[in-house]
Design a protein around this ligand. Structure first.
Ligand SMILES: Cc1ncc(COP(=O)(O)O)c(C=O)c1O
Length: 403
């Protein structure tokens, strides 16, 4: 019997054409089984016995080691979280900001992170400035030109008292990649040495991340998007500076060096590594699921090989969409990543397109602002998926008499 392919092991990909990897990746059977097996093992050994603790400790260590390999940093710099948002927000809220400090946030950030920054600014009397990245989307999208333009915009928008820059590694709306190492270098050279918070929701297991992860102060990601992991488990990589300067904000027993120590007068009860941002009881079987998906991904090729495959597929989709009259692609050239956004001339409600395609078992999404349609391709996308999407869009557009 032939070994089952990665795609064939993913139930969600057997009955539909799936382009929402940036929203949530589908879970392979093998990872689902790893979660169930872990849950059974916890019940067999525990759930609350001396026999189960070594198992749980081993699962946590294995996961952090695997993530540290992917991120290219020491496992002590990693905190396990529930999702991208908590990875961004928990260390952010503990940083030392003072009245009047300036936070520079790109206009391509996810609403959850923007909301957290706004609330932080309200509470601490900080000022928010916007880094206008969206304007770069229809100019050019060759990485080098984008990088130069982004660095220029950062230069223009940094202020003397900027204390934080918030930017995604891979923009969820345009699919452009940001030069995180170069931005980090620029911020280190700036007089106020702003912290660099990077939303890595769309970059983890999609593009190479080691350098960015090492250089950012907060690099937060999740297992449930491009990594084909389960929802409910993410992680954040933290710089030595953040580990030293950010105080835990949502505090629980996991943040403590010694639980008993808290009852005596202990001035510094918190872990000095990533655990200072971990809180309390969490779902251990999810670790087995993420580990399994990460190992399966590794079997599909190196990080670079997988990224090249994604780029090749996205340029095929981009070329085909570019042939369809009335489709307006957001980027002018083949995209730098697996994210392709577009709009359709004459369509006021893009939700209608999603509903129409959904009826044909094709799944893309509408973004919030701008209301673009977004299709993501991943290593499990194939030419049949792409052709079906292109055909259905063409059909939908042709059926509109108003064009
Ligand atoms: C760029 C970006 N940031 C943050 C999030 C929120 O992710 P989570 O629900 O894991 O916090 C998403 C989810 O789509 C996203 O695309």
């Amino acid at each position: 019997m032939l070994p089952i392919s990665f795609k064939d092991d993913i139930p969600a990909l057997q009955n539909k054409y799936y382009f929402n990897y940036g929203g949530q990746g589908p879970l392979p059977n093998e990872s689902l089984n790893a979660i169930t097996t872990s849950w059974q093992e916890i019940q067999r050994l525990g759930p609350f016995t001396n026999d189960v603790w070594p198992y749980i400790t081993k699962e946590v260590i294995n996961t952090k080691n695997l993530l540290s390999e992917i991120c290219g940093i020491h496992p002590k710099r990693i905190a396990l979280t529930e999702n991208v948002t908590t990875g961004c927000v928990l260390p952010l809220l503990g940083l030392p900001f003072f009245t009047g400090d300036h936070l520079l946030i790109s206009d391509c950030e996810h609403p959850g992170i923007v909301a957290a920054c706004k609330e932080l600014a309200r509470k601490k009397n900080l000022k928010i400035g916007i880094l206008p990245l969206l304007e770069l989307s229809n100019k050019n999208n060759h990485d080098d030109e984008t990088y130069i333009a982004v660095l220029k915009l950062i230069d223009t928008n940094l202020q003397k008292n900027t204390k934080l820059v918030v930017i995604s590694h891979l923009l969820w709306n345009t699919g452009q990649i940001m030069p995180i190492e170069l931005i980090a270098k620029k911020l280190r050279e700036h007089s106020s040495k702003p912290y660099l918070l990077v939303d890595a929701a769309q970059s983890f297991c999609h593009i190479p991340i080691k350098d960015a992860c090492d250089k950012a102060d907060i690099y937060a990601f999740t297992g449930h998007k491009w990594a084909y992991g389960p929802e409910g488990l993410g992680a954040v990589a933290l710089s030595a500076r953040v580990l030293e300067e950010s105080n835990p904000t949502l505090i629980g027993w996991k943040s403590l060096k010694e639980e008993e120590g808290i009852y005596v007068n202990n001035k510094n009860p918190f872990h000095s590594d990533g655990r200072r941002f971990e809180i309390a009881t969490s779902c251990i079987p999810l670790l087995a699921g993420l580990n399994s998906s990460l190992k399966m991904l590794r079997n599909e090729g190196s990080e670079t090989e997988r990224f090249l495959k994604i780029k090749n597929l996205s340029s095929i989709l981009w070329e085909k969409l570019n042939q369809i009259k009335n489709i307006e692609l957001v980027l002018n050239n083949a995209p730098p990543s697996g994210i392709i956004s577009f709009s359709i001339n004459g369509i006021n409600s893009p939700e209608e397109v999603v509903t129409h395609l959904g009826q044909k078992k094709l799944w893309i999404r509408v973004l919030e602002d701008p209301k673009w349609l977004r299709a993501c391709v991943h290593i499990t996308t194939d030419i049949t998926d792409i052709d079906n999407l292109v055909y259905a869009l063409n059909d939908f557009i042709t059926a509109r008499k108003s064009f």
